[in-house]
Write a protein that binds this ligand. Sequence first.
Ligand SMILES: [Zn+2]
Length: 151
Amino acid sequence: MAQTQPIWIKDPLSILAKGAERGVVVRDGKIVELIGRGREAAASNAVIFDAGAHVVLPGLINTHHHFYQTLTRALPAALDRELFPWLQALYPVWSRLTPASLQLGVTVAMSELLLSGCTTTTDHTTCFLRGWKTRSTSRSRWPGVSACACC
Ligand SMILES: [Zn+2]
């Protein structure tokens, strides 16, 4: 795999890493260098991203999600209900999900996760369609997020 050009995430407003006050250099999705106070990046060909208005944090990890439930979270019949009445209101809806609606649920969930800083997640898929093939993967089709489908 060809290496991409390094990116220096330079002079962040704040960063949660010791010895990286001037930022980090990222190449191929990995941090390859921490730039301490008073230092410059060793990679002279690094593209500079001015992070002066940004806070650099490690990616957050979400260990429990049900992506398809993003589609029904505002269903009036299920709002503010205890668990079993909530399930009774939602199972009839979930039983009619299609592959396209499940894909939409994944899109909504992954978009929300990325916007909140999440870079690793699991999808506890408790809803299966006829002919649905289960699979577990450590890589999603979403750049920046690793995902695992748990059944
Ligand atoms: Zn759950």
